[in-house]
Ligand binder design. Structure first.
Ligand SMILES: NC(=O)c1ccc[n+]([C@@H]2O[C@H](COP(=O)([O-])OP(=O)(O)OC[C@H]3O[C@@H](n4cnc5c(N)ncnc54)[C@H](OP(=O)(O)O)[C@@H]3O)[C@@H](O)[C@H]2O)c1
Length: 285
């Protein structure tokens, strides 16, 4: 069986949908912290199991009979190393033959604050002895979709990424790549994939494209990190999230989310989702 953790999340659901194209539903395990959130998948014949990264007692039973496992990184920043280690230990115990993990682009040298938890998780996977594949995902184009309406309204898009370029792709692109690797016939173990969009854009180019498509003036305003962070808090984001987003922008200014190796394109056999199509979808009535 092939299991996907975090199956209730945006990415997890898309991976399960991609798997369904080639894998019988009865061979797919949708593992979720709250199984009721994926109840709709049960009606398609998919096996639903509880897997809470913070409750090791749920992890062994979730992995019974699992041959390949996709561990989708959790969303509780600061608690993830311990949580991921629990899943890795359970995978080793259950005899999982291939563990895939969603990391961050260039995790080994990423200046992003969130890179540290991914580095530690990758190290734990490497030393576990379980054969593995690391999917180092860049940013989601969806991260910018939510900013489109606001940018049109204000006539400005704020950030602190300078002239850094982001090679973003959609969650569906990353999900398709994960499904391709979960179903690959050749031996993938030990591989690291740097997964990123075909095109890279600066935030000034993002603002210019929003302006072009909306027909409204929109410019990019680059701010010092602290000022941008304060602005995000004023816009009602919790302080840790604001700090993480501002830190990510600083990372972008240093090239942390840029990659032009087109490994994602090669895995999915098509162009990745462009920021331009993401903007047009966000502007659609
Ligand atoms: N590349 C990017 O731009 C980017 C952006 C944001 C996040 N990420 C990372 O990529 C992951 C997947 O992205 P996404 O869009 O699918 O995020 P998402 O929609 O927030 O989904 C996160 C998933 O992780 C699950 N989860 C969190 N804590 C858990 C725990 N203790 N035990 C079991 N499951 C747990 C959530 O379960 P519940 O439904 O129960 O909450 C949910 O299924 C995120 O979790 C994060 O690590 C990447």
């Amino acid at each position: 069986m092939i299991a996907v953790t975090g199956a209730s999340g945006h990415l997890g659901r898309l991976v399960v949908a991609s798997l369904l194209r080639t894998v019988a539903p009865s061979n797919i395990v949708a593992a979720a912290r709250s199984p009721e959130k994926v109840g709709d998948l049960a009606s398609q014949g998919i096996c639903i199991r509880q897997a809470d990264y913070s409750r090791p007692d749920t992890l062994g039973p979730a992995l019974v009979g699992v041959y390949k496992l996709l561990l989708i990184s959790g969303s509780e920043v600061g608690r993830r190393v311990e949580q991921h280690k629990a899943v890795i230990a359970a995978a080793r115990q259950a005899g999982v033959r291939l563990l895939l993990y969603t990391s961050v682009l260039h995790a080994d040298r990423s200046p992003l604050a969130l890179g540290e938890e991914h580095r530690q998780t990758e190290a734990a996977i490497r030393s576990s002895g379980v054969p593995f594949v690391i999917l180092r995902n860049s940013w989601y184009t969806e991260n910018y979709a939510g900013a489109v309406a606001q940018a049109v309204k204000l006539g400005v898009h704020y950030g602190c990424a300078g002239a850094g370029r982001v090679s973003a792709a959609s969650r569906a692109d990353y999900a398709e790549a994960a499904a391709a690797l979960l179903t690959a016939k050749d031996d993938q173990s030990g591989r690291f994939y740097e997964l990123a969009g075909d095109e890279a854009f600066t935030l000034a180019e993002f603002a210019a494209e929003v302006a072009r498509q909306s027909g409204k003036p929109v410019r990019y305003q680059d701010l010092p990190e602290l000022e941008y962070r304060t602005l995000l808090v004023k816009a009602v984001l919790p302080e840790p999230i604001a700090a993480m987003l501002a830190n990510a922008d600083v990372g972008i200014s240093k090239g942390a989310l840029f990659d032009d190796s087109r490994q994602l394109h090669a895995l999915i056999g098509r162009s990745t989702t462009s920021i331009s199509s993401t903007i047009s979808a966000a502007l659609a009535p």
